[in-house]
Design a protein around this ligand. Structure first.
Ligand code: IMP
Length: 190
C-alpha cells in the first residue's frame, strides 16, 4: 500500500509527538476535571467515526485525567449529496446533560460536518464544548467553526490519506499521513 503514496507529509513519529503535545495542552485546560459540570462528572470525549479512530485512540491514552468516551458517525456528503446534507448515523449512547464535551475530529475542511455536529451537541446544552482536530485546512473553509486544538495545519490544498483518513475507504490504516500518487486518484471518489 505504501507504494501508492507519493510523499509522506507527517511521519508516524511526528504525529505521535504532536499528539503528546496536544494531550499536555488539553490536560492543562481540563485538569480539575468537571470544572464546569455542576456535578463534577469527568470529561466526555466524543470521537467522530470513522476518521478520528486512530487519533482518538492515541489521544485518549495520552490524556492522564478521568474521562469517558463515546462516538458519533455522520453521513459523508462527499458521496454525491450536497454539503448541507449532513446526517447523524450514530448518536451518543446516552443523554449528556450538563457535561464538558470534547469533540475529536480527523480533519476540518469546509467545516460543514463540524458545524452540524456542533449544532446538534450545543442544542443539548453541555457545560462546555470544545473541538480537537488533528488536521485543519483553513483555506478551504466555507462555514466558520471554532477549533480549539489543532494538530497540524495543512500548508497547501492537498488531499491526504492515512492515520484514519481515507480515499474510497482505503488507506485509513497507514501509520503516517501522505499524499496519493495521481494514478490512484479516481474521478468522483474520496
Ligand atoms: P468538511 O465537512 O468539509 O469539513 O469535511 C470533513 C470531512 O471530510 C472529514 O471528516 C474527512 O472525512 C473528509 N476530508 C476532508 N479533507 C480530507 C482529506 O484531505 N483526506 C481525507 N478526507 C478528507
Amino acid at each position: 500500500m505504501r507504494e501508492h503514496i507519493e510523499r509522506v507529509i507527517f511521519s508516524a513519529e511526528e504525529i505521535q509527538r504532536r499528539v503528546q503535545e496536544l494531550a499536555r495542552q488539553i490536560v492543562r485546560d481540563y485538569q480539575n476535571g468537571g470544572k464546569r459540570d455542576p456535578y463534577g462528572r469527568p470529561l466526555l470525549v466524543v470521537g467522530l467515526l470513522k476518521g478520528a479512530m486512530p487519533f482518538m485512540a492515541d489521544l485518549v491514552r495520552a490524556l492522564d485525567i478521568p474521562l469517558e468516551y463515546d462516538f458519533m458517525a455522520v453521513s459523508s456528503y462527499r458521496n454525491g449529496t450536497s454539503p448541507g446534507e449532513v446526517r447523524i448515523l450514530k448518536d451518543l449512547d446516552r443523554a449528556i446533560g450538563r457535561r464538558d464535551l470534547l469533540i475529536v475530529e480527523d480533519i476540518v475542511d469546509t467545516g460543514h460536518t463540524l458545524r452540524h455536529i456542533l449544532r446538534s451537541l450545543q442544542a443539548r446544552e453541555p457545560a462546555s464544548l470544545r473541538v480537537c482536530a488533528l488536521l485543519d485546512k483553513p483555506h478551504r473553509r466555507e462555514v466558520e467553526v471554532p477549533v480549539d486544538y489543532v494538530g497540524f495545519v495543512l500548508p497547501e490544498n492537498v488531499f491526504v490519506v492515512g492515520y484514519g483518513l481515507d480515499y474510497g475507504e482505503l488507506y485509513r490504516n497507514l501509520p503516517f499521513i501522505g499524499v496519493l500518487k495521481p494514478e490512484y486518484l479516481r474521478e468522483g471518489q474520496g
